[in-house]
Design a protein around this ligand. Structure first.
Ligand code: GDP
Length: 230
């Protein structure tokens, strides 16, 4: 992953007051288009991915951050992302399609260290190549456990996104595990730590309590060009 920008994370643990979340609701979308998502294919390399001619939004996060749950919740489906966890697919790019020109891409195992180094290296290369070259990629959803945000992997992803000017939506997941005050403090602190980055939105999210779900969907709809669809 190319270096470039140095993130100013020093503010992460400073005290902050409560922050409200922006409500980006837009009523032009009926229902939830993400519900149409269905498994398209998975690929361990860039030779077998769908043509690079669509709108794509990718999902990344450290293992156990709550990425699969977030994907399922956002898509209003119970087991969509289980596909990405089946043995053999943990090191594959997993594509879900909404229609011919819109896809979600799960990047399972990104930053996942429990595989032999050689495999990890090859997989890392595939992921880097995908992120580096994929024209269809319009934004990245970065999933972090709200109790442990901005770990090394998250910082690397954010650094890369800043370098590539790739828009990022940070979901601080499992927000239900924090009380309201600490959750809002975390939100504020992460926002502050990332304020110098060009296109990063940070919000609280809980699959369990459905916190921030509509807000995140609206963001993804925009990246997928869905707000222009009748
Ligand atoms: P992944 O490895 O990033 O795909 O993470 P998963 O979605 O499989 O979630 C990891 C663990 O966190 C599971 O035990 C989930 O039940 C739990 N989890 C995920 N989202 C939430 C949430 O919003 N609230 C709570 N309390 N637990 C969650």
């Amino acid at each position: 992953m190319p270096g470039g920008n140095t993130l100013k994370m020093g503010h992460l643990y400073t005290n902050s007051t409560m922050a409200g979340q922006a409500n980006n609701s837009n009523n032009s979308i009926k229902g939830n288009p993400l519900q149409r998502a269905k498994f398209l294919l998975s690929s361990p390399d860039m030779a077998h991915v769908p043509p690079d001619n669509a709108y794509e939004v990718a999902f990344a996060g450290r293992s156990n951050a709550g990425k699969s749950s977030a994907l399922n919740t956002l898509c209003g489906q119970k087991s969509l992302a289980r596909t990405s966890k089946t043995p053999g697919r943990t090191q594959q790019l997993v594509f879900f399609e909404l229609d011919d020109t819109r896809r979600l891409v799960d990047l399972p195992g990104y930053g996942y260290a429990k595989v032999p180094n050689k495999m990890q290296e090859a997989w890392q290369k595939t992921l880097d190549k995908f992120l580096e070259t994929r024209q269809s990629l319009k934004g990245l959803v970065l999933v972090m456990d709200s109790r442990h945000p901005l770990r090394e992997f998250d910082r690397q992803m954010l650094e890369w996104c800043a370098y590539k000017k790739m828009p990022v939506l940070v979901l601080l997941t499992k927000a239900d595990k924090l009380k309201k005050g600490p959750a809002n403090n975390t939100l504020l602190q992460v926002r502050k730590a990332l304020e110098a980055l060009p296109d990063v939105t940070v919000q609280l999210f809980s699959s369990l309590k459905q916190t921030g779900v509509q807000q995140a969907r609206e963001h993804i709809y925009r990246w997928l060009g869905l707000h222009n669809t009748p």
